[in-house]
Each structure stands twice: as C-alpha cells, then as structure tokens.
Design a protein around this ligand. Structure first.
Ligand code: FAD
Length: 408
C-alpha cells in the first residue's frame, strides 16, 4: 500500500495525518520535536482558544488573507466538527466572550492529548525527533522524503504542514517554504501578523502591566486614518499589546514599512466630547479645593493619573479651582486622543501568526494539492493564509489539514 507522509505534528499535521489514516491510508507523521503540538501548548496563554463558534459566514469575515480560498476547507471541516472531535476524545468545551471556544479544563495540553488519541486510534506511525530535509520530486511527481539522517521514505503523496516562522522555538522554522520553493512554488513575502507594537515615547513603558478595557484606538498614517477599533489594550515594557493591538497590527503592517504611524487612544469612547466635558466639570466642582493630582481618581486608573498630568503640563499641585478652561480642554483632549507613535512591530519571532507563505494560486482549494506537483499537498499556516485572534487561526489549520487528509 502506498504511504502518505505528513510533515509537521502541529494542529494541521495532526488532523491531516489522523484523517488520512482514518480513511485507511498507511500514514507516517514526521515531527522534528521530541513531542507533538508544541505550538498548541502555548496557544491562548496556555488555555488554547480552539476555534470560534460564530456562524461560518461571520467567521469568514475574520479571515484577513485569502478568505475565498478557504471556503471549501471551512465548510468541509467546520468549527462544530473540531468541537465534536474534542468531545469524542473526552475534552469538554466552553464558549467565552466573542464566541471563543476553550477546553473547560483551560488546559491546552488536553487538546494535544485528544489529537494524539485520534492519531493513535487510527494507527498513524508517529516519528518524533525526525526532521525532513528535502522532498524528492521527479518529473513533477512526489517520490519520497529525505530525512536529516540521510534515510529516505518512499511515498507518492506528502502533506506539508510545517507552519510559519513565528515562535521558532516551537519548531516552526519555515522549512516548508524551502520545500515548496524547490518544487516551483512561489512564497509570498513573510511578515509578522498579530504582533505587539513598539512605542517611541517612554511613558507607555512606565505603565507596564496596566490593561485598559473598552477603549477605542485610532491609527493614522500621514494624517489619514488607517485603522480604528475597540477592545482591550495592555501596556508592556516595550510598548503596547493585547487583543486590540494585535488585531490592529494586521492592518498597519504595510504602512510601518514606509514610516511611523500615529496612535490615538480614546479612554472614554462611550461618552461624547460634550458629555465627558460635563463629567470633568462636575468632578472639578466636587474637588475644587484639592490639588489637580487628587482630582482624577474617579475618571482614571491610578497608574495612568501621573502620566496624564505630566502630558498635560499642568502642575500636579495646582488647585483644581484654578485650572483654566484651556487647561481643561487639554485634559479632555488627552482623555479622548491620548497620542503615541509607533515605528515598528515586535519581531516576527513574537508574532502569533506569519503573514505570507506558499502562494495559494498554485494550490487547489478543493483538495489542498499543488497544481504543479502531483502528490504534494499543503495544510495550515505554511500557506499564505491568516486570520484575526479569536480561535480562527487554529480552525484554519484544522480545516485545511482535514481537507488535505481526505484527499490524499
Ligand atoms: C503564542 C501564540 C498563541 C496563539 N494562540 C492561538 C489561539 O489561542 N487560537 C488560535 O486559533 N491560534 C492561536 N495561535 C496561532 C496558531 O497556534 C497557529 O496558527 C497554528 O498552530 C498553526 O498550526 P500549523 O499546524 O499550521 O503549524 P505549527 O503549529 O507551527 O506546526 C508545524 C510543525 O511542523 C514541525 N516541523 C517544521 N519543519 C519540520 C521538518 N522539516 N520536519 C519535521 N517537522 C517539522 C514543527 O516542529 C511544528 O511542530 C497562537 C500562536 C502563538 C504563537
């Protein structure tokens, strides 16, 4: 019987191998690490946001690159299918804010265990600590894979599920791009996706650890708005992170290549400028005889107060009843448009996903097979596909893995 080789024991490779084997194919899963699913282990801060429970039509809107290409994959192996698979192997799931699906145990390791059971139940031959060096192709047909120890596994079908290049310590070091390129595929430019932003100013670094919920962020490039969104932001030792920032990064990457972007935070997006001003005036009446530094406690988290005071250039010990209208307007401006500048994202090593990858133009969307090499299939992040945060990226890996698995 012909052998199917799956390269990469991540989310895509594990589903691909188990699916091919379930169909009765003799399947070998090759993983260069000492264990499977190293990246899954760190997903969702160790809790693994397995998928997103939205309707598939809405789900598709969260795919940032090559959404149409993914239609068949997502409708063949849906978000419900991965949840059912988890349940089959004893992992109960729960739905949290934003339709994010997690294991009830909050342990990503349970997801890895479930996928491992799926592989074992279907008798997949798992080879750990084994790295593929090259895919042997003759006359545009897959003939086998060459391993780093020099041995060759003969096969006529191979699924490349080697992932991207972010978090390389998990094993995703971009080997699949080389395999694809050698076979004649084009690789779309690689860049960091869903990645924190470095901030030029010093003050955000002083707020390290502070999370701001329900704020609005607007980003402009040369005075033109290029992104606006609501959500949660986290200050870090280098700048800003958190779901709002990671999502924004996918929209501003191209601009950062050309120069700096300007960020404005609206700390009170639920209030109009007018209502916020009235609120400020009420507080200033209430604290009329206090110093300015003691007048903002009801409006802002305590860590942020000295920053706003310093940016306003109003002396902290000025009595509130002496603050001028012009000064109050300055405070209002800071509360609704707190300015920062970003020159760059953090490096791709810290990105949640890799933007770019194997160009999908030469991949059949109904089978995941290469259109130019017979028997070469792709699954997961190695392709030029990516989505926003919320469980979408793992689902893309599962769905494309499944589609490749049933078609080999
Ligand atoms: C910190 C972090 C948190 C994340 N959280 C979430 C989340 O909660 N929800 C979500 O949907 N997405 C999340 N993602 C994104 C998601 O994890 C990835 O998109 C997804 O895991 C990609 O799966 P994959 O199978 O395509 O690739 P990978 O998981 O990268 O797997 C590729 C595998 O191939 C192996 N390999 C590579 N080259 C070779 C070779 N030559 N020979 C043998 N083996 C090889 C690697 O060792 C690796 O195990 C997160 C990512 C990061 C970095």
């Amino acid at each position: 019987m012909d052998t199917i080789v799956v390269i990469g024991g991540g989310a895509a490779g594990m589903i691909a191998a188990a699916t091919a084997a379930e169909k009765g194919r003799k399947t070998i899963l090759i993983e260069k690490n000492e264990k499977l699913g190293k990246k899954i282990y760190i997903t969702g801060k160790g809790r693994c946001n397995i998928t997103n429970a939205q309707d598939l039509d809405d789900f598709m809107d969260n795919i940032t690159t090559n959404k149409n290409f993914l239609y068949s994959a997502l409708y063949t192996f849906t978000n419900q299918d991965i949840v059912d698979l988890m349940h089959k192997y004893g992992v109960e799931t729960k739905i949290e804010r934003g339709n994010r699906v997690f294991p009830v145990s909050d342990k990503s390791n349970d997801v890895i265990k479930a996928l491992s059971k799926h592989l074992k139940e279907n008798n997949v031959d798992i080879k750990l600590n084994t790295a593929v060096k090259k895919i042997i192709v003759q006359e545009d047909k897959v003939k086998g894979v060459l391993l780093h120890d020099g041995s060759i596994i003969d096969c006529s079908k191979v699924i490349i599920a080697t992932g991207g290049i972010s978090y390389p310590s998990t094993g995703s070091t971009g080997d699949g791009y080389e395999f694809a390129k050698e076979a004649g595929h084009t690789i779309k430019k690689l860049s960091a996706g869903l990645v924190p932003l470095e901030i030029e100013e010093d003050w955000p670094k002083k707020l390290q650890g502070l999370a701001l919920k329900n704020i609005e962020m607007k980003i402009t490039f040369k005075n033109k708005e290029i992104y606006s969104g609501f959500g949660e932001l986290l200050f870090t030792h280098f700048g800003i992170s958190g779901p709002l920032v990671l999502t924004a990064s996918n929209h501003i990457n191209n601009y950062l290549e050309k120069g700096k972007v300007h960020i404005g935070l609206n700390l009170k997006p639920a209030l109009t400028q007018e209502v916020l001003d009235k609120r400020l005036q009420r507080d200033f009446v209430k604290y009329a005889n206090k110093q300015f530094k003691n007048a903002l406690n009801e409006l802002l988290p305590s860590k942020l107060i000295p920053i706003i005071i310093s940016l306003s250039n109003i002396p902290e010990d000025k009595l509130v009843n002496q603050i001028t209208k012009e000064e109050r307007m300055k405070i209002l401006d800071l509360l609704t448009n707190l300015p920062m500048t970003s020159l760059r994202t953090r490096s791709i090593n810290e990105a949640i996903v890799t933007i770019g990858g194997v160009d999908i133009k030469k991949i059949n969307p109904s089978t995941m097979e290469s259109k130019i090499i017979n028997g070469m299939y792709f699954a997961g992040e190695v392709m030029d596909i990516d989505a926003l945060t919320g469980g979408y990226n793992l689902q893309l890996a599962f769905s494309t893995g499944y589609l490749a698995g049933i078609n080999v």
